[in-house]
Design a protein around this ligand. Structure first.
Ligand code: ACM
Length: 419
């Protein structure tokens, strides 16, 4: 929020004086007082000071004389990167963290596993990566993850790991066939796009396997949230499998359609015992009162008691969709999210909305350069929505070119500005 502005004041070489923190600004809030004599920066805490400096960077060498007092609207300002469909090298993850921080975004959600790849070393189950990461060659070792986490922490970014279950899990079944519904069958990691019908079975050893994996994830990632996917889980294999049908009856579930939520609920309870919150994609049913739901289908999930949500509506936040309907673009996911669509995402202000997130699914993004091409400039629009500073779209468009010049100077492979 701009509280007062006067003539331009050159910032170059002027000292930034750090005032004592003022908790009243909120942990991510800050105040900047810019005068010809110098700059005074007051943070609500370390993250607030960090964001104050980012704003100073953005003001450029000749800032107006002004006072800025500012804080974010949402605590969760996320970007999801899918490293399962196309593996993204560690150096790009670090670069993306820098770009998040530049846009005052604070959650990097890594989609680490799917039908097409398993990208996180799990020491207890080495075949997950020996088999599961063979396609598209690559995974993160524990050492890589520790480096990513340290880099993220210095930039006030929380990394949320996602391990998909019980669907989108063909890479895990390829590595360990006993996890599947036909344990005698050998499957490959999938090399197509879509939703594989090969899902995890419902047996107790499979539940334990997933819990073992989550234990290793919890040991590695210090953040409060662990995402277990949970989206798009076809029930065909459970309907056909006598073992799955028997298990569903034993558990007293009304039918195969209820098994997904039961599975996720088991993981929520397990994570809660370890002091972590489960996050899952929202499929419209109740999984656990403690789960954080990531609402991706519509603007908002239907009201469910106690549910905390992160809003990730595909019509506004899926940057794997085409940025416009023009012909001749590189292949992308069917659908259009224009720059205006990204900017006009108007998250409702109600209790339980933790925040918002944009998505970089990589079926059609084979390289880091292509991820950048799809992410920018839409991510710039999303960042204003997440911070709560989005206003007039034409005004955003007049401010955008100077910002894109800065990104271009950092070597970002910008996509075209199409509105
Ligand atoms: C999703 O797009 N399946 C979360």
């Amino acid at each position: 929020m701009l509280t007062s502005a006067g003539g331009a004041v050159p910032l170059t070489g002027r000292p930034v004086r750090r005032e004592p923190d003022d908790p009243g600004l909120g942990p991510e809030g800050y105040r900047l007082d810019i005068t010809p004599e110098g700059v005074r920066l007051t943070g609500g805490g370390p993250a607030g000071r960090f964001y104050g400096l980012r704003t100073l960077d953005q003001l450029g060498p000749r800032a107006p004389r002004l006072t800025v007092e500012d804080r974010p609207r949402f605590a969760w300002r996320g970007v999801m990167l899918d490293v399962a469909r196309h593996f993204m090298p560690k150096d790009f993850v670090l670069r993306l963290i820098d770009l998040l921080a530049l846009h005052k975004l604070n959650v990097l959600h890594l989609h680490l596993t799917d039908d097409q790849g398993w990208r996180l070393e799990i020491k207890r189950y080495p075949l997950l990566t020996e088999v599961g990461a063979r396609r598209g060659g690559g995974f993160y070792t524990h050492e890589d993850v520790r480096e990513i986490l340290a880099y993220a922490a210095e930039r006030f970014v929380t990394v949320v790991p996602e391990i998909e279950m019980p669907g989108h899990a063909q890479a895990a079944v390829a590595a360990y066939p006993r996890l599947g519904n036909q344990p005698e069958r050998r499957l490959d990691v999938w090399d197509g796009w879509g939703i594989s019908e090969h899902v995890l079975n419902l047996e107790e050893p499979t539940i334990r396997f997933c819990q073992d994996v989550l234990d290793e994830v919890v040991d590695l990632f210090p953040g409060p949230y662990v995402h277990v996917g949970g989206d798009e889980c076809p029930t065909r294999e459970w309907e056909r499998s006598p073992a799955a049908r028997r298990r569903i009856a034993e558990l007293g579930l009304p039918g195969p359609a209820a098994a997904r939520a039961w599975f996720i609920g088991r993981m929520a309870a397990h994570l809660a015992e370890r002091g972590r919150r489960l996050v899952c994609w929202d499929e419209g049913d109740d999984v656990s009162p403690d789960a954080v739901l990531m609402a991706w289908r519509d603007a908002e999930p239907g009201p469910r008691a106690g549910a905390e949500v992160v809003l990730a509506p595909h019509r506004h936040t899926y940057f794997d969709y085409y940025p416009s309907g023009e012909p001749g673009q590189p292949p992308a996911q069917e659908g259009v999210v224009s720059l205006a669509d990204a900017y006009h995402f108007a998250p409702p202000a109600r209790r339980g909305v933790l925040g918002v997130q944009c998505q970089l699914w990589t079926e059609y993004m084979p390289t880091p350069e292509h991820v950048e091409y799809m992410a920018f400039p839409r991510l710039c629009a999303f960042a204003e929505v997440a911070w709560g500073s989005a206003g007039d779209f034409p005004d955003f468009l007049t401010r955008l070119p100077a910002h894109l010049d800065r990104l271009a100077a950092l070597g970002v492979n910008l996509g075209p500005v199409r509105t």
